[in-house]
Design a protein around this ligand. Sequence first.
Ligand code: CS2
Ligand code: MG
Length: 410
Amino acid sequence: MSTIERVDVLVTSPGRNFVTLKVTTSDGVTGLGDATLNGRELAVAAYLKEHIVPLLIGRDPQNIEDTWQYLYRGAYWRRGPVTMAAIAAVDVALWDIKGKVTGQPVYQLLGGASRTGALAYGHASGSDLPSLFTSIQNHLDQGFKAIRVQTSVPGLGQVYGVATNQKPGERYDYEPAKRTAVPTEEAWDSAAYIEHIPTVFKAVREEFGYGLPLLHDGHHRLTPNEAATLGKALEPYRLFWLEDCTPGENQESLRRVRSQTTTPLAIGEIFNTVYDYQTLITEQLIDYVRSAVTHTGGISALKKIMDFAAIYQIKSGFHGPTDISPVGQAAALHLDMAIHNFGIQEYMKHSPETLEVFKTSYTFENGLLHPGDNPGLGVEYDEELANSYEYTPAYLPVNRLQRDGSMHDW
Ligand code: CS2
Ligand code: MG
């Protein structure tokens, strides 16, 4: 019987920090898992190195479910972003190994293909309407069939989601984590934002029509009542979804938003277990599950969440920013291919230097992503090159109210 013989926790920083788990079996088969938690990478690396790796040596790599339960229930201290990212990395690495041993791409092991590809959405942004329109056209030219729209807000400085470089033809840089000793600070004003956003979507619809699926990310910044106000004001512009309209940890607060607007709602990128969704799903307070495989306990756990969500006609909209590594992105794509209740997949293209470290086999054609048919996940990791990129502390910004400096949600 093959056993888990070696487990490496690999930290690299090709432009941004990534944590990757590499599991090697006694037969020499390796599997990769993503353990990247933006701004808290070393916490997950330490959790893996100190408390998970010693427990994996000698285990049967075939037993994915038992290993998941062993790491979840055996820790005693359950849930949380660090714990669930660590468990996710192990889960994904074992699925990668199972695919390689069976000669199957992971999606075939999850039930096979339910679609020809996963509809992707890209991130367009602009500090004003002309630059926003250029960014939208840039993403249409790249083949995107669905686009997220974020803009600056008059009277405020840098806000979430607006690319720092606006040169057409260049890759837009949306990396929010800054390599600074302490987080950078942004200023916010919800009233100015609520006033501005409907005017942006009115202009975008007038310019690009109603056939283009448009998404928007509120990034946790509104109260439930403010979120209801914005959702209602956006109804004429028929968004594909309004994301993170209000902090989702108080799941019941979405009852207020849901009762006031038909704008579709997406929540969950900062959630890490099914319990974070329980009320949102059973009361159909959301339309899309936003989790990433990397932050939610892996392929095994997120598939269970999606099977639960399917009962309530809720679809997937998995998180796919550049702080999910190509390993995590590939894992999401295999799940996207197999589940019935797929909705859409976020796709922020990684930098060329990242894609030199992580050799991927997923493709993006005609607006659809496909994980490829290589055995396992279809991602290889260049350790020598990865080791040449030293970890550098980087933090996500914090957000304060412009009027009085109170801490707010970023
Ligand atoms: C964003 C994320 O893609 C999104 O929807 O909310 O990019 C988020 O800002 C980053 O993952 C934070 O690291
Ligand atoms: Mg988001």
